[in-house]
Design a protein around this ligand. Structure first.
Ligand SMILES: C[S@@+](CC[C@H](N)C(=O)[O-])C[C@H]1O[C@@H](n2cnc3c(N)ncnc32)[C@H](O)[C@@H]1O
Length: 242
């Protein structure tokens, strides 16, 4: 029961953090967005922001590797592994939101109200792609809820097999594609937002490269065939999917 409650709390913290991320990058509702806070010197802000992005990339990549998971499940219950990963990812993001330094130089600013709304809409589409793609794989397993529920019922959770549902037939990483769209589709792009978009794009490209090495090991031929059929991140057709 303790693991179950812990997992539910981790999920709720994740979900609030996810909603905050939408407002943080989209500059609405949240108390401190990507352009909020006290403006400091350019180099100090740049250093702090790069350090925050690196911390997120490091935590997210290292903890997602199968070798790390095998090591730390010696110390924490297996059923709580994913929830703990989700919790620590949220904590790192909260630190990023809190400590992010605004850099307010304007890179681009769209004046036309209709074009602004269209770009804003595209940003919303990006977030929807991310959220819906997580459901196509298995939202509840990705965020640890399935594991804690099965643990409560004294059952073993069977990890999902290889899948290529809906958006996974368009690109191999639609969750990441959604983030990519959401971070770049900004009606006003400040220097700080641009650094965030570049940093997260680099992380996505490097992260999916490592993820695919694990996926080929895990799913074998199914995944290597899939790599030949479907593009990695940008929705360019390769050949007809079977
Ligand atoms: C955070 S998700 C990211 C998935 C993918 N990189 C994306 O952007 O849509 C990571 C999990 O997705 C799973 N995964 C990724 N592609 C998959 C596929 N085609 N079929 C089944 N599971 C997949 C991995 O096993 C891992 O547990």
């Amino acid at each position: 029961m303790v693991t179950f409650i812990y997992g539910i709390i981790c999920y709720l913290i994740f979900f609030v953090t996810f909603l905050y991320a939408v407002g943080f990058t989209g500059n609405f509702i949240v108390p401190k967005d990507i352009n909020g806070g006290v403006v400091g010197s350019f180099f100090q802000s740049l250093t702090v922001n790069i350090a925050l992005l690196s911390l997120f990339a490091l935590q997210h990549s290292v903890m997602a590797r199968p070798g790390f998971k095998r090591w730390w499940t010696k110390y924490i219950p297996k059923a709580a592994e994913r929830s703990t990963y989700v919790l620590l990812s949220s904590v790192v993001l909260i630190i990023l939101f809190w400590q992010w330094r605004p850099m307010l130089g304007i890179v681009w600013h769209i004046e036309n109200a209709m074009v602004r709304s269209a770009v804003f809409g595209l940003c919303a589409v990006g977030w929807l792609i991310t959220l819906s793609s997580s459901c196509m794989i298995d939202h509840f397993e990705l965020f640890g809820l399935k594991q804690i529920f099965f643990h409560l019922k004294n059952k073993n959770v069977r990890a999902h097999g290889f899948k290529k549902p809906a958006l996974y037939r368009v690109v191999r990483h639609p969750i990441m594609l959604g983030f990519f769209i959401a971070f770049w589709a900004a009606p006003t792009m400040t220097v700080g937002h641009l650094i965030f978009a570049i940093g997260t794009t680099l992380y996505i490209v490097i992260g999916v490269w490592f993820e695919e090495r694990d996926l080929v090991c895990h799913f074998g031929k199914d995944y290597s065939e899939y790599q030949k059929e479907v593009s990695m991140l940008l929705p360019f057709p390769k050949k007809n999917i079977k």
